[in-house]
Design a protein around this ligand. Sequence first.
Ligand SMILES: Cc1ncc(COP(=O)(O)O)c(C=O)c1O
Length: 451
Amino acid sequence: MSDITILNRRRFIKSAGMTALAGAAGAVTTATSTASAQSSTAIPTLAGGKYDFDTPYNRVGTNSSRWDSPARNYPGGEFKYGMGVASMDFECAPCITEALGERCKHHNWGYLSTTEPLRKGIVNWNGERHGIDLEPSSLTLSDGVYPGIIAALRSFVPTGNKVLLTSPCYSGFYSMARAARVDTIDSQMRYVNGRYEIDWEDLESKMTSEVRAMIVCNPQNPTGNVWTEEELLRIGHLALEHKIVVLADEIHSDVVRATHRYVPFASLPDEAVINNSVSFNAISKTFNLAAMKNAYFYSKNPTLLARVNQFHRAELSTLGVVANEAAYQHGAEWFDQANAYLDDNHTFVENYIREHIPNVGYTRNEGTFMTFLDFSKVMAAVGAGDRYKAHDKDTPEEYFQDWLVHNSGIYLNPGSSYGTGGAGHMRMNVASSRLVLKEVFDAMAAAVNRL
Ligand SMILES: Cc1ncc(COP(=O)(O)O)c(C=O)c1O
């Protein structure tokens, strides 16, 4: 076992939070006690038709970005709760582990022959769930949304020209633009009656001749907005008018609250708008398969698709294909239950903040399992704006990230990573057992309310 694994496991045991949950979830302490228990081989079974999202599933020491990466920055053990990077804490759909186990009985890992069943799975899933008709041959498979969007930016945006973003927006869009050697321009959204809205006047004023593509993230990370058909059409018409190609990042498309509906950009009731777009998707958020490296993109316009394909090359891994195929074919029921659980988590978070942490601003989430919290009052109280430079941080939000770890053990993502409009905010992942969430929020309330 590596040093870091041992360190993290100790830290996990030390974590008051998770051990306190042991009564409710014996699995946590058991999992920390031996290396083999940590990665139990038992595949969970359905109990009374229900999957178990409540029992905390210990990911510490599994080389998990969410739980193991922050610990490296806090060697003193201050870090306890990884509530940042967008992966879920749940045990995955049993069909995935079963399919992987079956494939592992054959001990040869040479090149794959076909991706047809995977393409069929993607087509069926999108057709049944989202009413969109896709052609298997019009899909380009990729090992992530990143490589697809980078290829599209390289194709549509000449170096030195720009891609337009509505901010705050996913920090990865800025890295994608850097990788494609193109510039970004933000149109900051407005906060109107508790919802992030596009500032239409500002958006159009930013659609200059240097802007050649716009990324439309739906559902939107980090704000949790699910764009309506009207909003998407309005973006689509403006983009057409200004000769800007729309890149629709819909990786969070399945994780939508019961009160909202995801509208695929490629299903909008205007062919010209659709033909001016390329869509990027995956079920890596839906089934928590991010490290299985599977995604895809498509366009109803073969010319646009061919242009992106010219800059794109990706190969999928055997296990990634097996896991994704299993999820598409057999995972629907697991996901529906997970999504309902996440919906309840959002309600829990909203109620908790309203009742116990009135100094933190909450925006009602429409989709994704992230929430974008307004900590500006708390940050002012801890002097984040005055202190961040002296603490060698680039932004007040980064200072506050550190403050929160030291004062509560909770690690969140700083709003400043999400472009203009992220100031004073922190992004939080709510895809955890509600027992963990409750404990995290109790720790947050204790730290924030004593100021
Ligand atoms: C909006 C958005 N796009 C893309 C990604 C990354 O996608 P991938 O891991 O498939 O490259 C994420 C991950 O959190 C995301 O939230």
